[in-house]
Design a protein around this ligand. Structure first.
Ligand SMILES: NC(=O)c1ccc[n+]([C@@H]2O[C@H](COP(=O)([O-])OP(=O)(O)OC[C@H]3O[C@@H](n4cnc5c(N)ncnc54)[C@H](OP(=O)(O)O)[C@@H]3O)[C@@H](O)[C@H]2O)c1
Length: 338
């Protein structure tokens, strides 16, 4: 580890050792408007130089395109990276606003084979259930995932947006290394039940959208005015209309803390979520998404910022004031079923 390399942490009891911040790769192929392929590839390489080892994708990101895009990087650095991908979600090409969720065994079996093929690897390091299909008992879903571990197709298991009860039921079938859920200064619903359950079971938390999908960096305010027509953030109630304007005002305390540290808004958002590891006594590995090498430098540098108790207290009330939910349909999240 040199001065610019990030620290490492174990991803849950018995999970792999990873850089304490991962990289979300979704935006490279999906959801956040056009990407520059060369810049995205440079971002992946820079992240690795800085000690980022956990790379996050899903079969749903661009209908397999994100996994295909990442494959050359993964195969070139196979022993240095921890590949995380997901199954369960698909988006009908004729209606990009719809989500189809499946957790049944035959679906999982075909999904894992398709991901292994697109990634061009023999084994997936961390395989997540992306979303919960409540029509299938979670024990059945995790039972099949556990078979994939025994068959050598997958090393560790993860679950995304599960409730505390779902996590407990799953963990009794096979150890879960990580829960991936939205967690940021703007989205703290998982702290009520999911985080305590993860701590109790020795499961790591992988916060997705730790920058509030970019809103916490101040890089956009109103998704309808500031982002391209196909940008997913236009579908999220908190980023449009009067909600967006009201929420922009909530950045003020974050700005004050940033000024005190000579840091950016985004760095304070990342430092806050990272520090939840100490606050809640569990492993936390945020996966900010970016397609720019300079931003991966900025984001990883945030792992070296420690907020004071006074700063944490100043930031504490922010989430409760956010106008608008994080998804239009909250049954898509653990909080919507908890
Ligand atoms: N499990 C799930 O259901 C789920 C849901 C959503 C996301 N995820 C995963 O979590 C990852 C991260 O979440 P996310 O991408 O939704 O949100 P995020 O990390 O909160 O924010 C990403 C946005 O912030 C911008 N950004 C990043 N660093 C920045 C910086 N230093 N300064 C200014 N802007 C910056 C990015 O733009 P550029 O890319 O242009 O830099 C992008 O628009 C995804 O990539 C994906 O792998 C999982």
């Amino acid at each position: 580890m040199n001065d610019s390399t990030i620290a490492t942490v174990r991803l849950g009891d018995g999970g792999p050792e990873v850089g304490v911040q991962g990289l979300g790769c979704m935006g490279m192929s999906f959801a956040y408007g056009p990407s520059d392929t060369g810049e995205s590839r440079a971002t992946l390489e820079r992240a690795l130089e800085l000690g980022v080892t956990l790379y996050d994708t899903a079969d749903a990101y661009g209908a397999g395109e994100n996994e295909r895009f990442l494959s050359p990087f993964f195969t070139a650095h196979r022993d240095e990276v921890v590949i995380a991908t997901k199954f369960a979600l698909s988006i009908p090409p004729d209606d990009p606003t719809r989500r189809v969720i499946r957790n049944d065994p035959p679906y999982i079996r075909q999904a894992v084979e398709a991901s292994l093929k697109r990634l061009d690897v023999d084994v997936i390091d961390l395989y997540y259930m992306h979303r919960r299909d409540v029509n299938v008992p979670i024990e059945e879903t995790v039972g099949v995932m556990s078979e994939l571990v025994r068959e050598g197709k997958v090393k560790y298991l993860g679950l995304s947006e599960v409730t505390a009860d779902e996590l407990r039921a799953a963990h009794s079938v096979h150890p879960v290394a990580a829960v991936q859920s939205e967690w940021s200064l703007f989205s703290r619903d998982i702290e009520a039940k999911v985080v305590p359950a993860a701590r109790e079971l020795g499961v790591a938390l992988v916060p997705y959208s730790p920058l509030g999908r970019g809103f916490l960096t101040g890089s956009f305010v109103n998704a309808e005015q500031d982002l391209t027509a196909d940008d997913f953030r236009r579908q999220q109630p908190r980023f449009t209309g009067a909600n967006a304007t009201a929420n922009a005002a909530l950045l003020e305390p974050i700005r004050a803390v940033a000024e005190a540290h000579g840091a950016s808004l985004g760095q304070i958002a990342l430092a806050w979520v990272q520090q939840q590891a100490a606050v809640h006594d569990l492993a936390v590995v945020p996966i900010p998404g970016t397609r720019k090498p300079s931003r991966v430098e900025e984001n990883t540098a945030a792992t070296r910022i420690t907020l004071t108790q006074e700063e944490l207290a100043l930031l504490d009330p922010v989430a409760a004031k956010v106008a608008g939910t994080r998804y239009a349909d909250m049954t898509f999240t653990s909080a919507g079923r908890e």
